[in-house]
Structures are given as structure tokens and as C-alpha cells.
Design a protein around this ligand. Structure first.
Ligand code: ADP
Ligand code: ZN
Length: 341
């Protein structure tokens, strides 16, 4: 698969884990996290330049960003050196941003090892870190020079992390790829799923098509990728990014946004119930966590970068596999919909 963007293009290759190790050079600088380093210790021992960071979202900070830059300089990385990001979304974002900054930009090879990172961060070119003031507050657009996806990496991924990525796969189905829904309803995402490669390819290809058609977020198409995310992000923020993983929050968000769509007459009746059944079957949550105030959630949604003065903007389903961006939604109406569930 080839991803085209304004400054060029890059391939997304599907490979085996074995051929990933075989494709790396002994002196490639590789940045990874402790969990990945532990699971793949033997293979990594044949590379000389491996930098291992602590695992988890808190690693995506300025300190670790600075450490990577210092390490790259220390190993003598040049303008043409390819930096390898081996890990989940945290490593991809952080190392991608370091690659964007080191010597004003060096190539980076992205090797996502979580389902979420495979389907979500391999297209779009967004890299960055969190600041004390908020998530992803510093960043850049820096497309990888190549992405290598080995679904076999998911054999070591914990089940909860599979479900986390599964939410984005279902989303891909809901908004633009109904064939994914048929497959997932028969056989939800799980470790060693027989169709995992096809599921990943279909999800990545959906995002590729949307991002290529709206690279700079000018025609509303890219905003459709946000289905479930306006409510989901607000839930994550209200929980200070604890308790729920991203995919879990957007699972709840998709159910809520389907309800909102139904009440606004945009989404066919029964959609929210079916999505709730899908999420439950996938082992994902479907309800706003206890203790979260609906009013405050909507206030947080109104602070979303896609909202305008005239109201909230939501990507709403118009059927299975179709959606559109609806703007100017009255926050008070959303509060009443969320309260009345
Ligand atoms: P994301 O969910 O955004 O991809 P992370 O980069 O934090 O987020 O990855 C989620 C967790 O999974 C981290 O604890 C990471 O160390 C771990 N992890 C990543 N890849 C693998 C893998 N292939 N096997 C086991 N654990 C992994
Ligand atoms: Zn997401």
C-alpha cells in the first residue's frame, strides 16, 4: 500500500516479524520501550544501537524527547540516518517528533507493535509529545519514510490492548467500511484472529483514502474520522486520562454519538443499540463511567478544536459505513440527550 501526501509518498509493507529483523541494518538506531524490548530481547540483541524508554503515555514528554535527541547525537546519527521507532503509539509519536527535529528532520521507519498504532498512527503524519499543560501540545507533521506492519507482533500484546485497537477498527467499519462490520460481528478482534491482516489492511486503507482526500482538514472529510471521538476525548479528559484506554473511551463515545445522531434525525433508529451490542461483544464498555457529569462533559466537548461559536461539530452516522460531519449542534440539546439515556 502506498500513502501519498503533499511532500511525497511512503509505502506501508506487511511483513512477518522475522522479515522485520532481517530488514534492519545492524547499525540502525532503534528506539523502543521496555515491554517491547523484553518480549523481543533476543532479536534486539543483534543490533548495536537500541535505546529503551520506559513504557506508557507518561514517556511522551519533553525529557524523553531530549534524551532521544542526545542519544542520536551520541551515536553519530547523520542527516541521512534512518531512525527506527519500534513500539506502540507512544513510541511512534515521540520518536517521530524526535526524527522531525533532529538536524531539522531525518527519515524515520515506523514499526507499530500495537493494534492501535498499526491502524491509527501509520497514516496521517502527526507526531508529537504531551506538555504539562495538555496532551499532544507540541508536535509536527512528519510522515515516516516507511511503515512496516507485522501482525505477528500482536501475539505478545495483552488482550486489553487488542480491544483498545479494536475500537478503531470498528470505527473504520462504521464510518466508511461496512464489510469490516460483517466480519467483526461474526468474529470480533482477538489475539491470533485468523483475519487480522485483512482487518488491519482494511482499516489502514480506509484512513489512507480519507487522509489523502483531505490532507489539510479543509473539506470536512478528515473530520469524519472523529466519529466517537468528540464524546470519547471529553471522557478521557474528564478522567484525566486514567481508568479508560483511548479505545475504551471512544467505544462509549460511539454509542453516545449514535444516540445523538438518532435524536437529531441524522442516524437511523436502532443504530446506537446495535453499536452497544457490538462493543459489548468485543468486550468494550458502552456507558459513560459513573461519576462523570454530563454537563461538564459537554462543556469539555465545546472546548474541542472542531467546535465553533455556532455549536458542536460531530461526525454522525447516516447508515452502516456512511457518515457526515454535522456542525452547529446546540450543546444544551446534547446535554439533554446524554442525561435522558
Ligand atoms: P498505544 O496504545 O497508543 O499504541 P503504547 O505505545 O503505550 O500505546 O502501547 C500500549 C502498551 O503496550 C504499552 O505498555 C507497550 O509497552 C505495550 N506494547 C506495545 N507493543 C507490544 C507488543 N507487541 N507486545 C506486548 N506489549 C506491547
Ligand atoms: Zn482514536
Amino acid at each position: 500500500m502506498i500513502v501519498r501526501h503533499s511532500r511525497g509518498e511512503y509505502p506501508i509493507d506487511f511483513r512477518s516479524v522475522q522479515s522485520i529483523w532481517a530488514g534492519l541494518k545492524p547499525l540502525d538506531p532503534i528506539v523502543t520501550d521496555q515491554n517491547v524490548a523484553r518480549h523481543y530481547a533476543e532479536a534486539l540483541s543483534s543490533f548495536e544501537r537500541v535505546f529503551v524508554l520506559p513504557a506508557g503515555e507518561r514517556t511522551k514528554n519533553l525529557t524523553q524527547f531530549g534524551r532521544i535527541l542526545g542519544w542520536l547525537a551520541g551515536v553519530g546519527a547523520k542527516r541521512s540516518t534512518r531512525v527506527v521507532a519500534l513500539g506502540g503509539g507512544v513510541i511512534g509519536d515521540l520518536v517521530g517528533f524526535a526524527a522531525a527535529s533532529y538536524m531539522r528532520g531525518v527519515p524515520f521507519l515506523q514499526i507499530p507493535t500495537t493494534l492501535l498504532a498499526m491502524v491509527d498512527s501509520s497514516v496521517g503524519g502527526k507526531v508529537g509529545i504531551d506538555l504539562p499543560a495538555g496532551k499532544n501540545l507540541a508536535g509536527a507533521f512528519h510522515a515516516p519514510s516507511e511503515v512496516w506492519i507485522a501482525p505477528d507482533f500482536l501475539n505478545t500484546l495483552p488482550a486489553r490492548q487488542h480491544r483498545n485497537g479494536a475500537a478503531e477498527v470498528w470505527k473504520a467499519g462504521y464510518i466508511h467500511r461496512p464489510e469490516l462490520l460483517d466480519a467483526l460481528r461474526k468474529n470480533p478482534v482477538r489475539p491470533r484472529h485468523p483475519d487480522l491482516r485483512w482487518i488491519i489492511e482494511a482499516s489502514v486503507d480506509m484512513k489512507r483514502q480519507v487522509v489523502e482526500a483531505d490532507e489539510f482538514e479543509t473539506n470536512g472529510l478528515r473530520a469524519t474520522l472523529n466519529f466517537g471521538h468528540t464524546v470519547g476525548h471529553a471522557i478521557e479528559r474528564q478522567l484525566s486520562y486514567r481508568r479508560l484506554l483511548h479505545g475504551e473511551a471512544i467505544a462509549v463515545g460511539m454509542v453516545c454519538e449514535a444516540k445523538i445522531g438518532e435524536r437529531l434525525g441524522v442516524t437511523p433508529a436502532g443504530t446506537a443499540d446495535q453499536i452497544a451490542a457490538d462493543m459489548a461483544q468485543q468486550g468494550l464498555p458502552t456507558e459513560i463511567p459513573l461519576g462523570l457529569d454530563r454537563r461538564e462533559l459537554v462543556t469539555t466537548m465545546a472546548g474541542d478544536k472542531k467546535a465553533t461559536d455556532s455549536g458542536l461539530a460531530l461526525s454522525l452516522l447516516t447508515g452502516w459505513g456512511t457518515c457526515k460531519l454535522i456542525t452547529g449542534i446546540d450543546p444544551a440539546e446534547v446535554v439533554s440527550i446524554l442525561i435522558s439515556e
